[in-house]
Design a protein around this ligand. Sequence first.
Ligand SMILES: CC(C)(COP(=O)(O)OP(=O)(O)OC[C@H]1O[C@@H](n2cnc3c(N)ncnc32)[C@H](O)[C@@H]1OP(=O)(O)O)[C@@H](O)C(=O)NCCC(=O)NCCS
Length: 191
Amino acid sequence: MIELPLPTELFSRRANRPVAARIIHLPTEDAARKVDSVWWTSLGGKTRKNEIDGAWDWALTVQACQWDWYTDCYAIETLEDGEIQGAMAVYAAAWSILAPGQLALDVARLATAPQNRAWLPLSESAPLYQGVGSALPTHAILWSKDLRLEGRLILNVRKRDYAHGFYIRRGFVATNRVFDDRVLLELPAQP
Ligand SMILES: CC(C)(COP(=O)(O)OP(=O)(O)OC[C@H]1O[C@@H](n2cnc3c(N)ncnc32)[C@H](O)[C@@H]1OP(=O)(O)O)[C@@H](O)C(=O)NCCC(=O)NCCS
């Protein structure tokens, strides 16, 4: 069992230095107040619509997880301001594609706050914080190992998105599961 909160670090582009952060369970209230109500407020509808997570409702996602022993929602919070810089919903477990008969953790939703995406016009020095997209899956790998799933993860991305190359560069493999513009990536068993 992994103890939370788990201390971690992000890199602040504004301060040009690492800053302390922590991985926490995402409570419904924080999902509503610190994610749904703030992440998209200063971005136009079209920009939001173009993002894969533009319509995600994190408070609803957390509520849906609440009574499900096999699902958990996490967030990464910067200690200096208490803001949520990214969130992730993980389901245990789904069938592995690369290792038939084995299970993997399903990272069903994962997103950094829009201010941390270089291609969105949110901050003069966007991305504000770097490291969210690496830290949350690292936590999912630990949980997968804890469940004796050997670190296997699956994750679905849009082929055209930055996320596709981002996770391929981190060892995920494109599987043959393709739905419209999406592809299921899998991180194989980790040493
Ligand atoms: C995909 C996604 C999660 C990546 O998150 P992120 O927080 O931007 O990821 P990181 O900050 O860890 O890494 C981004 C880049 O910054 C770099 N970086 C990270 N920490 C850094 C540091 N301390 N110093 C310098 N560079 C750093 C990484 O190497 C990476 O570069 P690369 O793309 O050349 O490999 C994010 O873009 C996102 O939320 N996209 C929209 C939602 C989505 O597509 N989700 C996935 C499907 S569910």
